[in-house]
Design a protein around this ligand. Structure first.
Ligand code: GRF
Length: 211
């Protein structure tokens, strides 16, 4: 059984997709041990409670400095005994001490086709604003392993989504979530839980892509 720690900051629709995937059996051999938010008011925490999942707030505001916060986050993750850390809309940069403790055992969902519209400063609506500004006709989402860079780790799954004439950032964000994020994040977790993802020479290899 793959044990997950899911890190969240906001609405938690990606968390909900994982909870629903486990419930419906599209994600197998997996259980969520803990949901951790940096933001006490994140609606994601309500979703965890409703699903009967342990939830915690580990906020930088409750620590003396950044280093103490990082150690607090690391401790919460180690205490959870999680095998895989899932960043599901987590808006805090993951510190090197956490990356080192979970090598190729942290996954992130990013709302573009990496390497487009990613890296420092590309989060939330900014990603979709930039895609619209550039006039791309196709965007999408990416699930990748997390390394010490920003959005630079091995890519596990990607899914393309069409951009429509007249899209606003909000409309495009919603379509990317519905058509890509809520599908490929649960799928990637199921693949990892069933031993279908390896990392070779810095690239993720998915052994069984289609279902
Ligand atoms: C998603 O677009 C995710 O890709 C991004 O932040 C958003 C989180 O949404 N990193 P939610 O909290 O899962 O609803």
């Amino acid at each position: 059984m793959l044990k997950l720690a899911v890190l969240v900051s906001g609405g938690g629709t990606n968390l909900q997709a994982i909870i629903d995937g486990i419930g419906s059996g599209t994600i197998t051999n997996t259980q969520i041990e803990v949901v951790i938010s940096n933001n006490r008011n994140a609606f994601a925490l309500e979703r965890a409670k409703k699903a009967g999942i342990k939830s915690l707030c580990v906020s930088p505001k409750d620590y003396e400095n950044r280093e103490a916060f990082h150690q607090g986050l690391l401790k919460a993750l180690l205490d959870s005994k999680a095998d895989l850390v899932v960043l599901a809309g987590y808006l805090v940069a993951i510190p090197p001490c956490v990356v080192e403790a979970f090598p190729n055992r942290i996954v992130n969902i990013h709302p573009s086709l990496i390497p487009s519209f990613c890296g420092v400063g590309y989060y939330g609506l900014k990603v979709h604003e930039s895609a619209l500004k550039r006039g791309v006709k196709v965007t999408g989402a990416t699930v990748h392993f997390v390394d010490t860079g920003t959005d630079t780790g091995p890519i596990i799954l990607q899914k393309a989504v069409e951009v429509h004439e007249g899209d606003t950032p909000e409309v495009l964000q919603r379509r990317v979530m519905e058509e890509a994020e809520w599908k490929i994040l649960p799928r990637a977790i199921d693949l990892i839980a069933n031993g279908k993802v390896t990392v070779e020479q810095g690239r993720a290899v998915v052994l069984e892509k289609e279902r």
